[in-house]
Ligand binder design. Structure first.
Ligand code: K1U
Ligand code: ZN
Length: 173
């Protein structure tokens, strides 16, 4: 397994719509493994392929936060939200592509998602709580959308300016 570099906003690759996956091969399994390793190392609870510069509709997540609980890694390929609850939930979201910035985002509290797993088998599941927030955040990444796109323009610009400064400092170091 290998750690991938996580892109930092602003980057055009984070604004692009990712392409559907058609080849369920060893290369895809290796990408999923590398993304899970990168997510756990960050640490994070989710990661979408565009965040590591790969324009494919693939995401990984594990929202088990308790220290002694068993991990529950999930790999979702070509995921689609097939149902959303009317009830909404607000969660203070973060993003590995926008380090150290957090903001409240309102989303459907429950969603049903269908996807293909690494063996090419179709799966469907209903998510709630943090899992529902995370899967929607990650599917947004596949559509070139970031959590800051839900914020007021002024707040979004402020965060973007901070990220431009951070990237400039990182490039100099
Ligand atoms: O997509 C990403 O950038 C990952 C992001 C996912 C996410 C977080 C919060 C709400 C929705 C989606 C993160 O994992 S940010 C880091 C984070 O939330 C976390 C890190 C360590 C422990 C627990 C949470
Ligand atoms: Zn994110």
């Amino acid at each position: 397994m290998a750690l991938k570099t996580i892109l930092i906003h602003p980057d055009p690759r984070l604004k692009a719509t990712a392409d559907p996956v058609s080849d369920f091969d060893k290369e895809l399994a290796k990408l999923a493994d590398d993304m899970l390793e990168t997510m756990y190392a960050a640490p994070g609870i989710g990661l979408a392929a565009p965040q590591v510069g790969v324009g494919k509709r693939l995401l990984v997540m594990d929202c088990v936060k308790e220290e002694n609980a068993s991990p529950e890694p999930m790999v979702l390929i070509n995921p689609e939200v097939t149902w959303s609850s009317e009830e909404l939930n607000t969660y203070e979201e973060g993003c590995l592509s926008i380090p150290d910035q957090y903001a409240d985002v309102e989303r459907p509290a429950e969603v049903e998602v269908s996807w293909t797993d690494l063996t090419g088998t179709l799966q469907k599941e209903r998510f709630d709580g943090l899992w529902a927030t995370c899967v929607q955040h990650e599917i947004d990444h596949l559509n070139g959308k970031l959590f800051i796109d839900y914020l007021k323009p002024l707040k979004r610009q402020m965060i973007t300016r901070k990220m431009v400064k951070l990237k400039r400092e990182k490039a100099r170091a």
